[in-house]
Write a protein that binds this ligand. Structure first.
Ligand code: THU
Length: 134
């Protein structure tokens, strides 16, 4: 049941700080043990310094103890099926698996569901860098 994940993303979107783009976004992440972390986009007057809703949600996920991500929901008030930007795809892929589901939403709920592998094929991976090393 993913309605609760949509609700968390939608609630997070209400907290957006996006006075420059006026493009509110919310994201929510569910872990395999049932935790939900959410986030909104946060912008800064020096425009490149802002960051996306997915990145805020990932920050909460990591600070909450991390784990395995099973589902992600993204909602943008002004655009149905808003997909994560390139940088956020790489960040999500750091913690999500290829089968992790990504729900694209409108203001009423989930519209389409993709897997991470569909959203982000051929992402950068480099065993030599030792992902998972301390
Ligand atoms: N944004 C997100 O938060 N997530 C996305 O998936 C796409 C874009 C934000 C960044 C910026 O604050 C605003 O939307 C306009 O680009």
């Amino acid at each position: 049941m993913s309605k609760d994940l949509f609700d968390a993303a939608f609630a997070a979107m209400q907290k957006t700080h996006s006075p420059y783009s006026r493009f509110p976004v919310g994201a929510a992440i569910r872990t395999s043990d049932g935790r939900i972390y959410s986030g909104c986009n946060i912008e800064v007057i020096s425009y490149p310094e802002g960051w996306c809703a997915e990145t805020t949600a990932l920050s909460h996920f990591v600070m909450g103890g991390g784990g395995t991500i099973t589902e992600i929901a993204v909602v943008a008030e002004k655009k149905a099926k808003c997909t994560p930007c390139g940088g956020c795809r790489q960040r999500l892929a750091e913690f999500a698996g290829p089968e992790t589901r990504l729900h694209l939403c409108d203001n009423n709920g989930i519209v389409e569901t993709l897997t991470m592998k569909e959203l982000f094929p051929y992402g950068f991976e480099a065993e030599v860098l030792g992902k998972g090393a301390a």
